[in-house]
Design a protein around this ligand. Structure first.
Ligand SMILES: NC(=O)c1ccc[n+]([C@@H]2O[C@H](COP(=O)([O-])OP(=O)(O)OC[C@H]3O[C@@H](n4cnc5c(N)ncnc54)[C@H](O)[C@@H]3O)[C@@H](O)[C@H]2O)c1
Length: 253
């Protein structure tokens, strides 16, 4: 490790989309810290045995400030923390009378507050040229996803957070953007995703998702990596406070 090593922290880094972001940013020259609550204790801080050299795993829960702070300390021990991707997230469904306090608290704690905790901890280490990408969702932009109000509202909050932080960080040359995915085929689907998709199995849920898109298909997880890579690159050097919708046209309908 040298001080010229650029570190990209990817929260939710063992998930379907997170893994593809890891792969792409690794190819772009970063050393990756893939932080996730699923990382086994014994692998935390170690090379991911299933990934190419340069992807370190870290066990971290975005609901827990101490865990987040420790993860950021680990990142800066490995090089310059240049990029933070807030990809940790979870989906819970419920039409309004079925919304439980537990689901409500969890969704907001992980999706909205989680990204806030990570950015707060990372902030002192982000210097000119660094950038953040928050992974929101088109459910934060459209109202027609059945039972999606909790999740959609938390993702809309991430987008508002993105704009506020972009303004706060702009004077120091740190950019903050978001990518809003549409329906991305990460299987197996959660019960919440099946509910939103009016289906009780993955096949029917996929068919429903495909039908929502003018392109007639769901996205592939790797199709989220390119937009993220663009936003953190010098090609996007004048872009901040922006939400890049990557949804095959779903939100355009
Ligand atoms: N798949 C889609 O269609 C879709 C659409 C729009 C937005 N998104 C968003 O993209 C991101 C990635 O989703 P995905 O489809 O890869 O799902 P995924 O479940 O495979 O990945 C999410 C990851 O976040 C991790 N995570 C959840 N709670 C956490 C916590 N408290 N602390 C640390 N890690 C935590 C999970 O363990 C998981 O690895 C999420 O933020 C999701 O909301 C996904």
């Amino acid at each position: 490790m040298t001080s010229s090593t650029n570190i990209a922290l990817v929260t939710g880094g063992t998930g379907g989309i997170g893994k593809e972001i890891n792969r792409r940013l690794l190819a772009d020259g970063y050393k990756i810290v893939a932080a996730d609550m699923t990382v086994p204790e014994e692998l935390s801080g170690k090379q991911d045995p299933e990934q190419p050299e340069g992807v370190l795993l870290y066990r971290m829960d975005v609901r827990d400030s101490e865990s987040v702070d420790a993860c950021i300390a680990f990142c800066v021990s490995q090089g310059r923390l240049k990029t933070v991707i807030n990809c940790a997230g979870l989906l819970r469904h419920g039409e309004i009378e079925d919304v439980t306090d537990d689901a409500l608290a969890t969704v907001w704690d992980v999706n909205a507050a989680g990204a806030t905790r990570v950015c707060r901890a990372a902030s002192p280490h982000l210097t000119e040229g660094a950038s953040i990408v928050n992974i929101s969702s088109i459910t934060g932009r459209v109202g027609r996803m059945r039972g999606g109000s909790m999740y959609g509202a938390s993702k809309a909050a991430m987008e508002a957070f993105t704009k506020y932080l972009a303004v706060e960080f702009a004077p120091r040359g740190v950019r903050v953007n978001a990518v809003a995915p549409g329906f991305i085929a990460v299987l197996p689907m959660s019960p919440s995703m099946r509910f939103i998709a009016h289906a009780d199995n993955d096949q029917d849920a996929l068919a429903w998702c495909q039908a929502q898109s003018p392109m007639g298909r769901t996205g592939r997880p790797e199709e989220m990596a390119g937009p993220v890579a663009f936003l953190v690159s010098d090609d996007a050097s004048f872009i901040t406070g922006h939400v890049l919708v990557a949804d095959g046209g779903v939100a355009a309908v």
